[in-house]
Design a protein around this ligand. Structure first.
Ligand code: GLU
Length: 449
C-alpha cells in the first residue's frame, strides 16, 4: 500500500515556523518512503476560516517547495459528513446532549477545583424521551457526543512508543455543535479514512484526541463496511518551544512564513533545512536542494523531548546554504550575471539579496576611497597590460610592491579601497578581472565609476 500522509491546517491564521514544521516532517517522510503527501484544508468553521488565509497557506507551502500530490477541502465534503453523522446517530454511537455552554463551563470549573480532569459525566446518555422533550421545550439545541466504549485504547506511536489510554478517562468527544456545524474530529477522521491516510503525523497536543479518534475510526469503518480497514499509524511529535523555553509565540520564535518570505531575506531551503532537523540530534544540513534533505530524513531520529527553536540560527544556516547554491539555481533571479561573477561574490554572501550589492562593485558606480593619490596613480600605471585574468592581481601587486615598497595590508588595503570603496569584500584576485579596465583606472584616479 502506498504510504499516504497529510498536512491539515485550518485557514484561520498565517502559518508560522512552529506549525509549518508539521508540514515539513510529513512532506519529508512522504518523500523518504516513496509516499504521497496530501494538503487538506480544514475549513469547516466558516466563522474563522478565510479565503485569504487559505491562499496564504498555499503560497507559503509552494514557496517552501512543499508540493502536494493531492488536495482536499473539508468545506467541499459536507454531504459525506452528513452521511457519517446519520449513520452514527442510527447506530446510537452519537447521542444528543443539551447542556448549555455555561453549564459545561461550570462542570469544567468544578473538576478543576477538585484537581481532576474534566470528563463528561454522561448525564445525557441515554436521555429519556421526557427529558429530551423538556430540554427542547426550553429552546435548547442539542450538541452531539460520540459514545466511547470503555476499555483500553492503545497504539504504537512512531514518536512516543507504546501509548495507551483508558476510554473511561476521556470525555465523549463532541462531534456536532448546537448549531449543527461539525467539529474537526468527525471530519478529520472520515477524511483520513476516505482519503486513505496510512500515517498521521501531527503535534503531541493531539495525543488524547487520537485515543478517542481511534474508536471513531473503527466505528466509521465498520459503518462503511470496510472489512479490510487498517488503522493508520500515528506519530505525535513533541511540541517546539520558543528560544526562551516558553510556549511558542510571536515574540519568541513563531515568526510567520509570510513575513519571512517577504522581509526575512532567507532562502526557503534554509527554513526547510532548519525545520526538518529541529528536534533530532543532527544539526541542520546546508544543502543545495530539498531532495537532499528528504533522502537523509528519518522520522526515527526525532527525540521525545520538545526542542527549542531559536530563529537566530536561521541566519548562519542561510549563509552556508547560499554559499553553495549552484549557479543554475540563481540565474533567473539575477539577469545577466555571469558564472564568473557569481563565483567571485558567492563566498561573501549572507543572503541571496546581497548579490545586487556585490555586483555593484563590478558594474559600479563605486565611490573609491583613496588616502594616497600618488600611490594610487602609481598603481594605475603598473596595471598589467592586456586582458586581466586570474594571475593579474598577483602580477600587479608584486609590481606595485617593488615600485612603492608597500607590503602586506598597506599594499592590499589601499587598492581594495580604491577599487571597491570598501574594506571588505570578495577576493581581489577574482574580482579584478571582472571589472572593466576603464573603471579600474577611473577609480584609481579617485573618480566614481
Ligand atoms: N486542523 C487540525 C489542526 O490544525 C489538524 C490536526 C490533525 O493533523 O489532525 O490542528
Amino acid at each position: 500500500m502506498t504510504p499516504r500522509v497529510r498536512f491539515a491546517p485550518s485557514p484561520t491564521g498565517w502559518l508560522h515556523l512552529g506549525n509549518i514544521r508539521t508540514a515539513v516532517i510529513n512532506w519529508m517522510h512522504a518523500q523518504q518512503v516513496g509516499g504521497e503527501f496530501l494538503l487538506r484544508i480544514d475549513d469547516t468553521d466558516p466563522e474563522s476560516s478565510t479565503e485569504e488565509f487559505r491562499l496564504g497557506i498555499e503560497e507559503d507551502m509552494t514557496w517552501l517547495g512543499l508540493a502536494w500530490d493531492s488536495y482536499a477541502k473539508q468545506s467541499e465534503r459536507f454531504p459525506e459528513y452528513d452521511k457519517a453523522r446519520d449513520g452514527l446517530i442510527a447506530s446510537g454511537r452519537l447521542y444528543p446532549c443539551y447542556e448549555t455552554g455555561p453549564e459545561l463551563e461550570l462542570m469544567r470549573k468544578t473538576a478543576q477545583i477538585q484537581g481532576k480532569p474534566f470528563i463528561y459525566n454522561r448525564t445525557a446518555y441515554p436521555l429519556s424521551a421526557d427529558d429530551e422533550a423538556k430540554f427542547k421545550a426550553e429552546g435548547r439545541d442539542a450538541h452531539w457526543r460520540f459514545a466511547l466504549t470503555p476499555g483500553e485504547i492503545k497504539w504504537d506511536d512512531l514518536a512516543r512508543g507504546e501509548t495507551s489510554f483508558m476510554a473511561e478517562n476521556l470525555s465523549d468527544p463532541v462531534l456536532i455543535r448546537g448549531d449543527g456545524s461539525y467539529l474537526y474530529t468527525l471530519c478529520s477522521v472520515l477524511d483520513d479514512i476516505d482519503l486513505g491516510m496510512t500515517d498521521i503525523i501531527r503535534g503531541e497536543d493531539h495525543t488524547s484526541n487520537t485515543a478517542a479518534q481511534i474508536q471513531l475510526f473503527q466505528a466509521l469503518a465498520d459503518q462503511a463496511g470496510l472489512s479490510d480497514f487498517q488503522m493508520p499509524r500515528f506519530a505525535h511529535m513533541p511540541l517546539v518551544s520558543g528560544a526562551d523555553g516558553a510556549k511558542l509565540s510571536k515574540s519568541n520564535g513563531a515568526l510567520s512564513i509570510r513575513e519571512l518570505r517577504e522581509h526575512g531575506g532567507l532562502e526557503p531551503l534554509t527554513i526547510v533545512a532548519f525545520l526538518s532537523r529541529l528536534g533530532t540530534p543532527d544539526g541542520p544540513q546546508p544543502v543545495s536542494d530539498i531532495t537532499e534533505l528528504a533522502s537523509s530524513f528519518k522520522i526515527e531520529r526525532f527525540g521525545r523531548s520538545g526542542p527549542r527553536m531559536d530563529p537566530e540560527e536561521l541566519g548562519p544556516l542561510n549563509s552556508k546554504i547560499v554559499r553553495q547554491l549552484p549557479f543554475e539555481s540563481v540565474t533567473d533571479r539575477f539577469e545577466g550575471m555571469t558564472q564568473a561573477q557569481w563565483a567571485a561574490i558567492q563566498p561573501n554572501l549572507e543572503k541571496l539579496s546581497d548579490v545586487t550589492d556585490w555586483l555593484a562593485l563590478i558594474h559600479g558606480p563605486v565611490t573609491p576611497e583613496i588616502e594616497d593619490p600618488s600611490f594610487a596613480a602609481k598603481a594605475a600605471e603598473l596595471l598589467p597590460d592586456g586582458t586581466l585574468d586570474g594571475d593579474s592581481w598577483k602580477l600587479w601587486t608584486d609590481a606595485v610592491k617593488d615600485a612603492t615598497g608597500a607590503k602586506g595590508k598597506s599594499l592590499f588595503m589601499p587598492l581594495r579601497l580604491a577599487l571597491t570603496g570598501q574594506a571588505r569584500g570578495p577576493e581581489m584576485a577574482v574580482l579584478l578581472p571582472l571589472i572593466d579596465r576603464t573603471k579600474i583606472v577611473a577609480r584609481l584616479s579617485g573618480q566614481a565609476a
